[in-house]
Design a protein around this ligand. Structure first.
Ligand code: ADP
Ligand code: ADP
Length: 224
């Protein structure tokens, strides 16, 4: 059970946003993609999700090329910088969304919703309107929604960047614990060094469309 990028390149016209990326993410592993704004992190993540088509190379799950597998059939969970919650549904309705789409009945979905809200520190929030929540709470709901259907891979694009510093640090610690407890295989994009190091088993450093170094945080840290 692993994600593989094999010579993955993505272009926008003449701009090469991702160049020949090679990366394997093992079962249960958390990899942070770290690099400055504009280096191609989001594009790489979007290609993994199936939101961008590679100009060359492949995104694989085990040995299967996912090129012909559309976004909603990849079995991946997605969270963006601003959670993109459904404003007209309450918290439970948001978290249950993927479960209901997967045909899970109301009662089973409600049980799973309650379990997930407990895990993200929002026990009892089922009937709250999402528009009444703080930014940090909204991101917790977005995480619960993404995790509810037990995705085989979780893709996080700057999930904490919209939050203020104190909240970001606390949520990074909580998120790291949550990913470990659930053993969720994760690719998280961030430009924040501390966040990458708090969350990840391995850090992949990207500049100008290329993955430059990939290794455990303490090894990447020591490189010049
Ligand atoms: P990052 O996530 O690291 O900030 P992006 O993946 O968003 O970087 O962008 C990588 C490069 O691709 C940048 O040069 C950016 O301007 C360009 N780019 C991103 N999205 C598009 C798009 N939809 N159309 C054209 N160029 C884009
Ligand atoms: P639908 O009517 O299509 O099921 P809703 O937005 O009303 O859509 O609810 C979505 C799901 O969220 C429900 O099926 C249920 O599983 C769950 N849910 C809704 N309200 C609650 C609640 N107060 N507590 C727990 N789960 C809830």
């Amino acid at each position: 059970m692993s994600l593989g990028l094999r010579g993955l390149s993505v272009r926008y016209g003449s701009t090469v946003a991702v160049a020949e990326a090679e990366l394997t993410i093992a079962d249960g592993e958390v990899v942070a993609l770290l690099g400055p704004s504009g280096c191609g992190k989001s594009t790489l993540l979007r290609a993994v999700a199936g939101l961008e088509h590679p100009a060359a190379g492949t995104v694989c799950w085990d040995d299967d090329d996912l090129a012909a597998v559309p976004v909603h059939r990849r079995g991946f969970g997605l969270v963006f910088q601003d959670g993109q919650l459904f404003p007209h549904r309450d918290v439970a309705g948001n978290v249950a969304f993927g479960l209901r789409m997967a045909g899970i009945d109301r009662a089973a979905a409600a049980e799973r919703v309650t379990e997930l809200l407990g895990m993200v520190g929002l026990a009892g929030y089922e009937s709250r309107s999402v528009t009444s929540l703080s930014g940090g709470e909204q991101q917790r709901v977005a995480l619960a929604r993404a995790l509810a259907p037990r995705p085989r891979l979780l893709l996080l694009d700057e999930p904490l960047s919209a939050l203020d510093r104190v909240l970001r640090e606390q949520l990074a610690i909580d998120l790291a614990a949550l990913l470990r407890t659930t053993r969720t295989t994760t690719l998280v994009v961030t430009h924040d060094h501390d966040e990458a190091f708090t969350l990840a088993d391995r850090v992949a450093v990207m500049t100008q469309g290329r993955l430059r170094q990939i290794g455990p945080p303490d090894e990447v840290w020591r490189l010049p």
